[in-house]
Design a protein around this ligand. Sequence first.
Ligand SMILES: [Fe+2]
Ligand SMILES: [Fe+2]
Length: 292
Amino acid sequence: MDVKEIERLIKISKEHPLMPETYIPWHEQPKPEEIFLPEILTSLQGLDIYNTLTDTQKLELGRHELVQVIASYAWGECLFCLFMTRHLLTLPADNVEHRFLLRELIEEFRHQEMFTQAIMQISGKPIKQSGMHKFIGHFSNKYLPADYLFMGSVSVELVTDVYGNYTRKNPQVYQVLRKMFDLHNIEEARHILFTKSLLKTYSAKAGYIKRTLYSYVILLNIYFVRTMYVKREIYERIGMENPDKVYELASKNFKQKFADKCLHDIIEFVDSWKGLNNATRWAWRWVLGAKV
Ligand SMILES: [Fe+2]
Ligand SMILES: [Fe+2]
């Protein structure tokens, strides 16, 4: 781990904290022409059925799906905070990793509060995680070793960052949400730099089997995140007929979109330590639709 670099990241975090309370113009209400999620990120855009929706249905689809995305971030970050808190107890207080993780925890808690406030501001009703998501989330958080959990966290941060970039750069999106993703992008960039630096030590020592396992942990984390966004109930809420069928089409459509738009950075990262090999490549193609 590059200690000098981590010291620099700690310094920025302390000297330039971004407070959601003041950084985001919470007093701004959504304007009639503003949307909540870029159309390209919604689960139905790209399907014929999308063209049959009214403007209100399209707007509502984006609102419900955006709520699902940020509620999932908040849940995932809360789980990761649990792990980081336990991990801190294993590190001496003057250790640079310990000190950075304290900054990361502070920032992640602020993010969770920010996501919650945004959900309330747009009258969102997040759909709870499925039993499978809850079980895997809690189980892996409790029993996986630290290096695997950091691999998981960097993969989630890298794919969600792409998602945030689409949203914050789209001038049609409600400005509270754009600023929220701006803030998240700036702080997550530091978390990604730290975790990559930390993981360099682990991946340099890892042989074929360990690299294969790391690759699977990342792949499953991405699959885990992707399946939290598309929800059958949302199609019911916006008054679509046959929500089961719509859900089936949307899941396939979203899998392809996610593969095309969100996987570039994470594939580059995994490839940098040779995590794409004969034992993993097929799974990346099959489970994630990745072109590797
Ligand atoms: Fe965060
Ligand atoms: Fe983070």
